[in-house]
Design a protein around this ligand. Sequence first.
Ligand code: HPA
Ligand SMILES: [Zn+2]
Length: 335
Amino acid sequence: MDNLIELSKKMPKTELHLHIEGTFEPEQMFAIAQRNNVKLKYSTVDALKAAYQFTNLQDFLDLYYQGMSVLLHEADFYDLTMAYLEKVNSENVVHVEIFFDPQGHLSRGVSFDVQIRGIYNALQDAEKKWGMTSKLIMSFLRHLSEESAFDTLEQAKPYLSWIDGVGLDSSEVGHPPEKFLRVFEACKKLGLKVTAHAGEEGPPEYVWQAIDQIGVDRIDHGNRALEDDKLIDTIKERNLTLTVCPLSNLKLCVVNDMKDHPIRSMLKLGLNATVNSDDPAYFGGYMNDNYTSLINDTGISKEELFQLAKNGITGSWMEEHHKEQHLKQLNSLFA
Ligand code: HPA
Ligand SMILES: [Zn+2]
């Protein structure tokens, strides 16, 4: 087991499901709140950390939106993003595809320009410093209207060369993918890739909609797809990648125990499951912690570990020559 943990730390990894606002560590949140003269609801870092007990997705989202409310200036977005990139660079993450939630900031009067400039410059600097590649995914908040998503897309238009794809996140149940059918069509016409959170808490029907109606390139989470055999076959036929988030699933009670996590079943069914951290500052771990937890509690084998890392490379949106380079390195490490 220790050998597998060592191997998981050394292997080249990708992160395909990561909300940059979910990397906001309490210490940094307090520091930025102070420099911006913003008052937080919690008086100490420990009091805030003690509140990180969630029974479902909404419990978490309430704190997540509160946390991000201290982000005001371009430097705040830069510092947040750079802290995350430094952390995962030290964990041999070679490529990241990160979500940001523009509506969570626009609603507070923070311009699209301020947000994206801070995030994008940090991503660029990480590539210059460490050769870490990245893609940026603008995510629509599904509890808001399609009209609001269209308005966000309009604001994104001057920055489309910095944006690679669009996603769909926030409160899933009651907000099915089909609510955003027209806005995703518009995004696709602009050449953007499309992904959507589906089947985290929502039923298999939402995963069907993401595939059949929206025509997603990838599925974020997808846990509840396992309830429907025909859906499993369809995901396989379309060769869609699932961005699975083990520690997130545990913290948000999508699974009751890591021992019951379905990721090995997904692999056995032939699904392209990957390992991701979602909102690591809130869920108790970054990329390596997610792998360590799977190794300790689900008994994954060396072959399964290899497959998960490989799926992360092949399911990413990185350039083909980068995929080849990382796959070569992965193969030699596992040889
Ligand atoms: O795991 C998540 N699910 C839905 N919305 C989110 N926004 C941040 N993280 C999440
Ligand atoms: Zn997510």
